[in-house]
Every structure is written in structure tokens, then in C-alpha cells.
Design a protein around this ligand. Sequence first.
Ligand code: HEM
Length: 147
Amino acid sequence: MRKLLMSLLLACTSLLCTSGMAQNMAPANDELYKVFGEKNGITQLMDDFVNRLLKDARIGTHFKDAKPAGLKAQLTEQICQLTGGPCTYKGADMKSAHAAMDINKGDFNALVENLQSSMEARGIPFTQQNRLLALLAPMHRDVITLH
Ligand code: HEM
């Protein structure tokens, strides 16, 4: 099931996904933001998520020089904004942030799996998990540079 979902997300070639919605897809309301427990819930989710990334044998090396506290903070702002919350992500755009990192599809899938595990651990319902993943999926075009 997970594999299927991930393939669907990555193979996402529908109009919706090709219209660059990652940039201008902010939800019309803050419903999803509330589902994720607002700023506090997202902060805790990103804390757990980044901790999992650092420990993941598949992609942990990508994060060897990372500053976990800063990354958690940036991700929190990004997800807060993306889910319709009152935040403004001021970090680098996804293309610049991941340039020269040689990230491939497998790396991206591994990151998504960790996010799914974190959401599962926090009891986020499956359909709501997928709403966030659908918002993140289009970013694969900017993040994956190794084909
Ligand atoms: C949808 C997928 C992804 C999102 C939303 C995302 C988001 C972010 C954000 C917001 C930052 C901080 C940028 C800044 O500080 O200006 C960042 C940095 C970074 N990302 Fe990603 N990322 C994604 C995928 C990946 C993947 C697949 C990898 C590698 C396996 C990765 C590795 C990194 C690394 C190493 C940094 C730098 C961290 C640091 O220097 O502290 N990212 N990412």
C-alpha cells in the first residue's frame, strides 16, 4: 500500500501536479493545519521526523552536516504554511536548498516513509496523512537531481 501510494505520488503527472501547485497551493482554510495540531503539533511532528531521518541508514549520510535544530525549525514553518497555518516559510526554495545533494527517487521515497512513520506515531488519520503528502509530492521535481 505504501509503495503504491509513493509510486502514485512520484508518477504524479496529472494537471494538478504539473501546474506548479507546490508554489501556490496553500489551502483556502486552516483545516489541515488544525488536524496536524497547529504550530505545536507540527513542531513535535518535525522533531520526530528529523530524528528519524538522521537515524535512517538509507539516507542518514545526507544529513551528516545538517543542523537538526535549524532544519526542524525551517520544516515547521514550511509545513505550517503549506497546511494553511499563519506562518511564512523564509528558507531557501526547494531547488536551491537541495542543489548538488545528489538526491535520487529512492532517497525521496525514504524521506516520505519516515514522514509517514512520524504521522502514524502521532495518530494522524491516513486520509489526512495523504493530504500532506499530496502537497509535498510536486516538490520531487526540485529535490531529486540524480536520475
Ligand atoms: C518533499 C521533500 C522535502 C522537503 C519538503 C524538504 C524540505 C527542506 C527544507 C525546508 C530545508 C531547509 C532549507 C533552508 O534551511 O533554507 C531542507 C534542507 C535539507 N534537505 Fe530537504 N526536503 C525534502 C527532501 C529532502 C530529501 C529527499 C533529502 C535527502 C535524502 C533532503 C535533504 C536535505 C538536507 C541535507 C538539507 C540541509 C539541512 C541542513 O543543512 O541543516 N531533503 N529540506
